[in-house]
Design a protein. Structure first.
Length: 223
């Protein structure tokens, strides 16, 4: 299984975003958290900032929309050229229609669920998505602790993906990913890891990414 490390700029220095983005040039993608202070109790940035990041980032953008009204806003991020656009299941009545629209615009379509949201309603819909994000913290703020009680949910999703031939889904986890927790998440079946503080608050982000990748590769999911 290919391991992907996507640092979150939520913990980067916002006054120097271009140089902060360049500090993680060995990442697989840059995780960009868009928050609207409605869906989650925090406010970050919107299309203008993401468009500018798209122009300067040495790696593709993995946009995570923690916003209401995603049906209206998500396609715009695909139009900006984002590699991947993930929206929350809790924020749309028709995740399949939105995923198809994002794919049509050239982005990978991702579906995210909060810790309290069950994955069962979405298991039949997996071919419609390119990525499934299991939140391992309550969305809204960086620097939180990894919720180990999400591991069975990750396992269940990995089993569902592997039980079907028509699904090639990246299984992403976001929240509290560090050298100590990436091992558990990888063994449970995740292959795409969002890491914020453990990358950006380290002395050497490039080394931190390499270290996280090596740990995940050394602890693959076993059936």
């Amino acid at each position: 299984m290919t391991v992907r490390i996507n640092p979150s700029i939520l913990t980067a220095d916002f006054a120097n975003l271009q140089s902060e983005v360049e500090r993680v040039h060995n990442a697989d993608a840059l995780h960009v958290d868009v928050m609207d202070n409605h869906f989650v109790p925090n406010l970050t940035f919107g299309p203008t900032m993401v468009g500018r990041l798209q122009e300067v980032s040495p790696v593709p953008l993995d946009v995570h929309l923690m916003i209401t009204d995603v049906d209206r806003w998500a396609p715009g991020y695909a139009e900006l050229g984002a590699f991947s656009v993930t929206f929350h299941a809790e924020a749309t009545d028709d995740p399949v229609a939105l995923a198809r629209r994002l794919r049509q615009l050239g982005a990978r379509a991702g579906l995210a669920v909060k810790p309290g949201t069950p994955i069962e309603p979405y298991l039949e819909l997996l071919p419609e998505f390119d990525q499934f994000l299991v939140m391992t913290v309550e969305p809204g703020f960086g620097g939180q602790n990894f919720m180990e009680e999400m591991l069975p949910k990750i396992r269940k999703m990995r089993d569902a993906v592997e039980s079907r031939d028509d699904v090639s889904l990246w299984l992403q986890v976001d929240g509290g990913i560090s050298p100590s927790t990436i091992e558990m998440a990888s063994e449970a079946g995740a292959d795409t890891f969002v890491a914020g503080s453990s990358v950006y608050q380290s002395a050497d982000p490039v080394k931190a990414i390499e270290n996280l990748r090596a740990i995940a590769e050394a602890h693959p999911h076993v059936h």
